[in-house]
Design a protein around this ligand. Structure first.
Ligand code: ADP
Length: 295
């Protein structure tokens, strides 16, 4: 299955241009869409899911045109939205059964089997009689994935799934996503770099509605080899250093500023060369550093 996003633009009624000429081609496997808040990720996810109209361009899933064939799209789509509302007073089994019915699984035996299988797969079977209001953030997200898997979707969209999860819950959720398999398209939208570095074999970085970089994380990072340097500067010097060097990222460390710099040679005396990470690629891209001839 192939997902083709071609020259898609979207401007909201308040004149915010949320997507600007976005073109992406995705095959089976996990694709990470990484970008800061407000980049346009949810807009793109909702548009792919057929929940929102695009102004121009086209999106096709296999031979389904998303704008024209919403009914066909729904049959192949599993969607976990950013805000996944759960009825707090209903238990997991009841809601799952309801959602499966809505998704067209009308045979009750088939529905029971599917419910058991998907709630087990997401490690929720033992909590099936618990009210959803008592679920932790991680359990809610796992329930969200379980419902997104109803009907054997070919395209699964998960929008910011790990925001608000603690490290253990995030890890468990990562394992679950990676187990979904290679035979479907999974788009994971996130502002968390580790989500992409842990899971995705392809990624795009999006900012201000534009795709800034697309590729395989490992290859892109390898291309940055020998170009990332780190060292400490004083807070006073930091401003000048920022003007004179391509500062990828900075953080306070023992009263000084620890910076990572993109450069071919030692940028400042005493700086050490370090292995590049996907985070460097991400910050260099969203801080608009000059990556062009480097990767
Ligand atoms: P992300 O998911 O990357 O945080 P969004 O797609 O939610 O980004 O938002 C992209 C931009 O569009 C932001 O500037 C946001 O404020 C704006 N936006 C999102 N939804 C709407 C809407 N329904 N109406 C108007 N502006 C919106």
């Amino acid at each position: 299955m192939q997902l083709s996003i071609k020259n898609v633009s979207k401007t909201y009624s308040n004149n915010v241009e949320a997507l600007k000429d976005v073109t992406l081609e995705l095959g089976n496997g996990m694709f990470g869409l990484l970008g800061p808040n407000g980049a346009g990720k949810s807009t793109l996810m909702r548009t792919i899911a057929g929940l929102q109209e695009l102004d121009s361009g086209s999106i096709t899933v296999g031979d389904i045109d998303v704008s024209k064939h919403k009914h066909e799209l729904r049959k192949v789509l599993g969607y976990l939205p950013q805000e996944f509302g759960l009825y707090p007073k209903v238990n997991a089994l009841e809601l799952f059964d309801h959602l499966a019915t809505m998704k067209g699984i009308t045979d009750s035996k088939e529905r029971d089997e599917l419910t058991k299988s998907l709630l087990s797969q997401t490690n929720l079977w033992k909590y099936r009689n618990r009210k959803l209001g008592t679920f932790s953030g991680g359990m809610k997200q796992r329930f969200g994935i379980a419902q997104a898997l109803i009907g054997e979707p070919k395209l699964i969209i998960v929008d910011e799934p790990t925001a608000g999860l603690d490290p253990t819950e995030r890890n468990r959720f990562h394992n679950l996503l990676s187990a979904i398999g290679e035979n479907v398209i999974v788009i994971l939208s996130t502002h968390i770099v580790e989500d992409v570095s842990d899971l995705c074999s392809k990624m795009a970085i999006i900012k201000d509605g534009k795709v800034k970089l697309v590729g395989e994380p490992l290859t892109l990072v390898k291309d940055l080899k020998a170009q990332v340097w780190t060292g400490l500067v004083t807070k006073k010097d930091f401003k000048n250093v920022k003007n004179d060097h391509q500062v990828i990222s900075s953080k306070l460390s023992m009263g000084k500023v620890q910076i990572r710099v993109l450069n071919d040679q030692e940028p400042i005396d005493g700086f050490k060369q370090v292995d590049p990470e996907i985070e460097d690629l991400y910050f260099a891209t969203i801080n608009e550093l000059d990556l062009k001839e480097k990767i």
